[in-house]
Design a protein around this ligand. Sequence first.
Ligand code: ATP
Ligand code: MG
Length: 579
Amino acid sequence: MRWTQTVLNTLRDAPAEAEIASHRLLLRTGLVRKLASGLYSFLPLGLRALRKVEKIVREEMDRAGGLEILMPALQPPDLWEKSGRIQAAADVLFHVKDHQDRRWILGPTHEEVVTALVAGEVQSYRQLPRTLYQIQTKYRDEIRPRFGLMRAREFIMKDAYSFDAEDGAARVSYEAMVRAYRKIFARVGLDALQVEADTGVMGGASSHEFCVLAEIGEGEVVTEEDGAYAAAIEKAEGKPAERQGVAGELEKMATPGVKTITDLAGEKFGIAARDQVKTLVYTDGKEVVLILVRGDDEVQEAKLPALLGAGWRTAGSAEIVKVLGAQPGSLGAVASTLQGKSVTVVADMGLKGQRGMTTGANEDGFHFKGVDVERDLRVDRWVDVRKVREGDLSVSGKKLKVSRGIEVGHAFLLGTKYSEALGAKFLDPQGKQQPVVMGCYGIGVTRTLQAVIEVHQDKEGIRWPAAVSPYTVMLVTLDLADPAVKEATDRLVDSLEKAGIDYLWDDRDERPGVKFKDADLLGFPWRITVGSKAVAKGGVEIKCRRTGMMEMIPPMEVGAWVQDKLAAEGESFLRAKCP
Ligand code: ATP
Ligand code: MG
């Protein structure tokens, strides 16, 4: 392709709203253009890169036994009524109306549709297992679309769904998908960490996210120093750093005006946050639960559904006063102060064995000091409910690190939630009807593309991994009036085409400096320059965008040379990630 025949406009500066490097680069290179908030058009080069990512996804899905299908984006709301997600997902659902005033949902994901589809197609255990997938446009009414393709309102997802006869088989399908994910991310040039993720209300089942560690990531990932353990912050478990607590007598003390952990830690009382017990009150509208964590810890609310079930929220102060007789700021779980109060006390494991703590007395303006948690507090259940912090110890005693990550993929063992709700059943060998056991697996294809740019860039521009670069080679011709240059270019082009190497030919009438700057900005793996001086010596110049290395080689050899390098790069990515 010639530059002068495509639509490609590079910009010196990105629009001010582009906050992160990859978003700026997407716009500066003109790979995409914004239509409205969270909506982007792909221009020819952007689409080429996207198609390359899709091709890799498709190849690995097929290799793992996936069957490609395509489902409509427009979905009937009654399927979502049946699954119960019409409420649960209400805040991201886009609704549209047809001319008969009927409502439709623009699909944010396809569990409902695919389950209804399979309900009609699969009747017998002989038709299982099956994994279906599609690469399709999704719609989500994100509260805050941002960072370009990272959090868009319309984006492309690869969504796969596995259907099995029983749990063990479902796990095998799950493992096959997870293995395919590792390969996909390695092939596109991403070092994606497989992290244990929150399974929410569904408990028990497995879930993993694939995260690319990056400063601008919206998620937090907890890892052991040696990488043996990796979990999303919502799910991660850890032990807080040790504290020295001195055993003592339980003693009530007046704390007038103290409303918070920080107040008590202030000059007047000087009780460090880590020496306090934080008491939080949650309700489901009927029952009340006190959750206790150390004063310097936070409750990880994402852990609550698995511990308590769905529908818990923090209680308001009126509700709290009604049950406990005191305002937030003086709450606690000292057994004697809870007599006759109908509450359940759930304490974080990090409080176990702690002595010399301070906690509220359920009486405004009073606290207890000298608290021995196990001696003095009423604890009905010990659980893991705190949010892990940097420096905590893992379950196996290693230091934990908290990093930011971009979630590029998500795998989830669903069990029979959807198949039961939507009637996807099969007859087992004994002729008994059973619900199909499902898994679902998403890759944000457009988000993945931008993650590649976020990771592979420098101050000059993008540094594409060859596998997903819009073109493999940027051909820059200088001195085109020189017949020797013209001839060398013809030979070179011939050599590239014979080798099946795709290239963009910068044939613009621009100064070399401008062309080189754009070549660096667009960042294809290899730039080949044809100019009078080198051609006179029988060569063309190849520059590697990644390493900056330059080499002179004869024009006819270029195709084979690039082919060699391509193979080597592809292998080294795979070797590093999928030994
Ligand atoms: P997030 O936590 O980032 O909102 P999610 O958990 O809602 O993502 P899933 O429902 O698991 O996402 O969707 C599968 C994949 O689709 C995600 O791993 C992500 O790569 C991608 N994705 C989700 N939401 C968006 C979005 N608004 N824009 C682009 N890609 C998205
Ligand atoms: Mg997710």
